[in-house]
Design a protein around this ligand. Structure first.
Ligand code: IVH
Length: 672
């Protein structure tokens, strides 16, 4: 059967268009069509190829779903050895590296290409006349395994290079990795299917590339960045920086963070900058790689055994380390939530010494089967709370026992009750529990609540332990003399604290409501309550039905507020606080919230704004009827992105949520 010319043309056009969109998406990071439109084009091509199978070519965008399983991988010899890198752990080693190169080259200042060192799996891809013909693992550097079928399934690996200016034979090298989001998705899937979880993104990427069935690899969200070359027949640019630019033109994805820097100083500046960004990057990096930019100089410098003299890996402090569990304890929070923590043999990880790691909840303890005496991998990334990643079972000492979650609160002895399908444990002691009491005091005095300066955690613990206070109203009766009897509190600080207490009495109704620590009532709800009811009395006497009428207050929150004000001890504390002189200006009752210009819109603020603080921006938005939340989800309408914005900006991008920069945000406010 002959194929109509029009069909051939459509197929060619669809392929070109899909390749172009793929390129824009993965390499330029600048898609011009929606995912849905892409899928439509893709399905159109798939249908035509099904009707006319003779038209299928191996570089068609549809041919990424995996081939028939292999029984083993063939061996590949690397014509140009795949080298490793020498490591540096501190500035002196970077200085020595730069000095060696200056000395050998007789140059005063060296230009380096600096880029992230990705924590993934090194691969090598061979393109002949622009077509991907082979892909291999690094192996021992001289021979690796042929994983072509697997690499073809990675969407950011071009099956055919772009343009025509590429060398006739081009071997490119890069790192295959999984993003944090991809890793999480993969492990969620594994968990659902009751299969073994991967320890970290690197192991997951390595495991995915080692599948003999490439249809499985195709399901893993692997990504790649390219950073170097192997064998070449033809011309390539003569600098590392211009090489990466050429890569990009040929459709090979490169790190957007690569930069040209000068001298050891430039290297160190880049290192500092990247270390700052590291916690917010969507994938793991374990350091920075500096490469002499000039190719001629690279050749002159040559290699020492298995590493080039012209490149250096400057490592970041490890984010994961191994240590031993000394004990497992539980902590009781303000609302009684009981959180297990592992007390660890102190270990330096992620740039700080860690001696506690959260174990989240009972389910997590069961998942890890963590026991006292176990050797565990601890992870601390950026400002994130340290956590236990896994237990090294091979190092488990004899005679350990499964951890038994306590049935009684270790602080007050009350029963522990379970919520949320038995995952969330809660102490039922309420304010009888001194742990909960201490946390409620800490909440009461915090900056966004009563904002009492100088009343730190340790002081609160002591005041409660010595029974100098039993409810927050007692704070206002404390004298400087009494306070100065507390350990380590100087006369002067005691006097300042009394002043701060006096000052805090002049507050606002929303702050006061928030300070009370009513379950489910955060700052936003407190503001909504104050705005809708106007007075504390009105809120205290509101029925559940009246409460539910307020924007964002549902049955659960309404019930919690209603119940709170029906407890005599709560009403008593409020009465004492008012008697002590806590007061606020009258609240204006707001007109129907749903009629305001931004009613029904949800915003998330991230990064720093020039014109106002985030809090001010929040109040502004709320006054226009908008809701401001702290995390980005499908329900978010806009993310306002200030300077140095973190992961929220990228989450917004991933979810396709609209973002506003500062000037767009100010415009929006002005318009409304
Ligand atoms: S260059 C001749 N650049 O690190 C230079 N390697 O420790 C060889 N790696 O096997 C490698 N990111 O798997 C280079 N931007 C980067 C890299 C990088 C990660 C890995 C690569 C290599 C290992 C060496």
């Amino acid at each position: 059967m002959t194929i109509p010319a029009a069909i051939k043309k459509t197929v060619a056009q669809l392929r070109a268009s899909l390749n172009e969109h793929n390129y824009r998406y993965y390499v330029l990071d600048d898609p011009s069509i929606s995912d849905a439109e892409y899928d439509r084009l893709f399905r159109q091509l798939q249908q035509l190829e099904q009707e006319y199978p003779q038209l299928i070519s191996s570089d068609s965008p549809t041919q990424r779903t995996g081939a028939s399983p292999l029984s083993e991988f063939a061996t590949v010899t690397h014509e140009v050895q795949m080298l490793s890198l020498s490591n540096a752990f501190d500035e002196s080693e970077v200085l020595a590296f730069d000095k060696r190169i200056r000395d050998r080259s007789q140059l005063n200042a060296i230009d380096y290409l600096a880029e992230p060192k990705l924590d993934g799996v090194a691969v090598s891809l061979l393109y002949q006349k622009g077509a991907l013909v082979r892909g291999a693992t690094r192996g021992d550097g001289r021979t690796g395994e042929d994983i072509t079928q697997n690499l073809r399934t990675i969407k950011s690996v071009p099956l055919r290079l772009q343009g025509s200016a590429y060398p006739e034979l081009l071997e490119v090298r890069g790192e295959v990795f999984l993003s944090h989001a991809g890793f999480k998705r993969l492990n969620d899937e594994q968990r659902k299917r009751n299969e073994k979880l991967f320890v970290n993104p690197r192991n997951a990427a390595a495991g995915s590339l080692r599948q003999l069935d490439s249809k499985l690899t195709a399901k893993r969200p692997l990504e790649v960045f390219f950073y170097g070359t192997g064998q070449i027949r033809g011309a390539v640019p003569d600098g590392q920086h211009s090489l990466l630019k050429a890569f990009k033109k040929w459709g090979l994805r490169v790190s957007p963070l690569a930069e040209l820097v000068t001298g050891a100083r430039g290297c160190m500046e880049y290192y500092g900058k990247l270390a700052g960004r590291r916690p917010r990057l969507p994938y793991d990096i374990d350091g920075v790689v500096y490469k002499v930019n000039d190719r001629q100089l690279q050749i002159e410098l040559g290699n020492i055994s298995r590493a080039p003299r012209w490149a250096l890996a400057h490592k970041f402090p490890a984010q994961e380390e191994s240590t031993v569990v000394n004990s497992i304890e539980v902590q009781v929070g303000r609302t009684g939530a009981v959180t297990p923590v592992a007390r660890l043999r102190p270990i330096f990880v992620g740039g700080a010494t860690v001696s506690n790691a959260t174990l989240h909840n009972r389910a997590e303890i069961e998942r890890l089967d963590i026991r006292v005496g176990d050797t565990v991998i601890v992870r601390r990334a950026g400002d994130v709370i340290p956590e236990v990643v896994s237990v090294n079972l091979s190092k488990r000492p004899a005679g350990t026992q499964r951890y038994k979650f306590p049935r009684k609160c270790p602080v007050c002895g009350s029963d522990i009750v379970y919520e949320g399908e038995g995952i969330v444990a809660r102490c039922s002691g309420g304010l009888y529990c001194s742990a909960q009491l201490k946390q409620s005091f800490k909440h009461f005095v915090s900056r966004r609540a009563m904002d009492i300066d100088g009343l730190g955690d340790k002081l609160i613990d002591q005041l409660i332990d010595r029974k100098m206070v039993t409810d927050p109203a007692d704070l206002y009766a404390l004298t400087a003399e009494q306070l100065s009897t507390v350990e380590r509190l100087a006369q002067k600080s005691a006097q300042n604290l009394v002043k701060a207490l006096q000052r805090s009495k002049a507050t606002t109704l929303p702050r006061f409501l928030y300070a009370l620590g009513i379950g489910q009532v955060g700052e936003t709800t407190a503001q909504q309550l104050a705005g809708n009811f106007g007075s504390l009395d009105a809120i205290m006497s509101a029925s559940i039905e009246e409460l539910i009428k307020v924007q964002d207050i549902g049955p659960v929150v309404a019930e919690s507020i209603y119940t709170f004000f029906r407890q005599t001890h709560n009403v008593e504390v409020i009465r004492k606080l008012l008697a002590a002189g806590v007061e606020w200006p009258e609240e204006k009752i707001e007109v129907d919230l749903t009629k305001r210009p931004l009613a029904g819109k949800t915003f998330v603020l991230t990064g720093t704004l020039d014109a106002m603080t985030r809090d001010e921006a929040k109040v502004k938005l709320q006054s226009l009827g908008a809701k401001v939340t702290s995390s980005v989800s499908g329900k978010t309408d806009y993310v306002v992105v200030g300077a140095d914005a973190g992961s929220k900006a990228s989450t917004a991008e991933q979810l396709g949520v609209d973002t506003l920069d500062e000037s767009q945000f100010l415009q929006l406010i002005a318009d409304n």
